[in-house]
Design a protein around this ligand. Structure first.
Ligand code: NDP
Length: 328
């Protein structure tokens, strides 16, 4: 197949949403271990903001976007799990999903079941695989355990609420408005706390009759870090996995002893999906959760590719709920 141009979002400098530019890029044929995919939609994630502003530095110029779904157009040597014409979806490095078509590594691209739409596929891979690894691969979490989950009405958050409900896990969700709290509850949170109007750690103690929770899943970072530690039971596990309010500042590890022999981890999805077999198995479990109706994909915002700056502004202004996709 010959090279064709693809409308692609790139940045040449770090900065606000205005640094994103739509350009025509020539894309070639896939090399060994690669595929060429034509997108139907791609997903927006908070990591795209961290990359755009330079919090997670990339070499410039760079394309952006970590999640997409579409049709495989060609496969390179050695790729056996996909072929031209297959429906597929992915969360994957390197950035570059905000485009019509691209050549990319095949290992993290997964065959998408016919029962899942391209839009849902584009909205669910990075967020859903994150929830899969948080609940399955990070610390043992059993039916009846209690988890505190921040930003519970967001993209990852609504998957987490539904996942917890499907597993009989009690999820206490926080969110920044009463409307968002209501949405988290509708999606499976057993308790909700508006952390802009309430002291969430104190409320967690009330809800758990003073005991605290088994696990905290905290992607808000700086603003919630200490309150999250204060919400844990002795031996509880703090999973800090994002920085929507800023990076967690350096802290004294002795604090973990003082608060009850706490554990802490700072995972990233990219370690979990780096192994081909693990990634494909995680995706199969996620797809099963969706096709059996235990978890549904909620897309609350759609923007055409060329309106990506508006999409970033809404995400950073905390105006979004559920997932956001870019249509191509
Ligand atoms: P969301 O849709 O959840 O959007 C982020 C939400 O964070 C906002 O809607 C807002 O909800 C909350 N928030 C709290 N403080 C701030 C702030 N100061 N500025 C902006 N938002 C704030 O995004 P995603 O679903 O894409 O991602 C959720 C989080 O999970 C992100 O931090 C992301 O980086 C992290 N993540 C980490 C991964 C990993 O493997 N480590 C993988 C995937 C995501 P509210 O108004 O309710 O407070």
């Amino acid at each position: 197949m010959n090279s064709t141009p693809s409308r692609t979002i790139i940045i040449e400098e770090f900065g606000g949403p205005e640094v994103m530019k739509l350009v025509d890029r020539e894309i070639g044929n896939p090399g060994p271990g690669q595929i060429r995919i034509r997108h139907k939609a791609c997903g927006l994630n908070y990591i795209d903001v961290y990359q755009r502003v330079g919090l997670y530095p990339l070499q410039l110029p760079t394309a952006l976007g970590m999640e997409g779904a579409g049709i495989v157009e060609a496969v390179g040597e050695g790729v056996v799990h996909l072929k031209a014409g297959d429906r597929a979806a992915y969360a994957s490095m390197p950035p570059g999903a905000y485009c019509e078509a691209r050549v990319m590594p095949a290992a993290q691209v997964c065959p998408l079941p016919d029962a899942i739409s391209f839009e849902d596929g584009a909205a669910m891979m990075l967020k859903g695989l994150t929830v899969q690894y948080l609940f399955r691969r990070t610390t043992p979490i059993a039916k009846g355990d209690t988890v505190l989950f921040h930003a519970a009405a967001g993209g990852v958050g609504l998957f987490a609420c539904q996942w917890a409900r499907s597993e009989g896990i009690t999820l206490i969700g926080t969110a920044g408005s009463d409307e968002k709290c209501a949405l988290a509850r509708e999606n499976g949170a057993s308790h909700v706390i508006n952390y802009n109007t309430e002291d969430f750690a104190a409320r967690v103690r009330e809800i758990t009759s003073g005991k605290g929770v088994d696990v905290v899943m905290d992607s808000v970072g700086k603003a919630t870090f200490e309150g999250s530690l204060n919400s844990l039971k002795p031996f509880g596990m703090m999973i800090t996995f994002g920085n929507a309010s800023g990076k967690v500042p350096p802290f004294d590890v002795g604090m973990l002893a003082a608060k009850g022999s706490l554990k802490i981890t700072r995972p990233t999805i990219f370690t979990h999906i780096s192994d081909f077999e693990a990634c494909q198995q995680m995706a199969r479990e996620l797809f099963e959760k969706v096709t059996t109706g235990q978890v549904s994909v909620r897309i609350d915002q759609r923007y055409p590719l060329e309106k990506v700056a508006e999409a970033h502004r809404a995400l950073e202004a905390r105006k979004t709920t559920g997932a956001t996709i870019l249509t191509v």
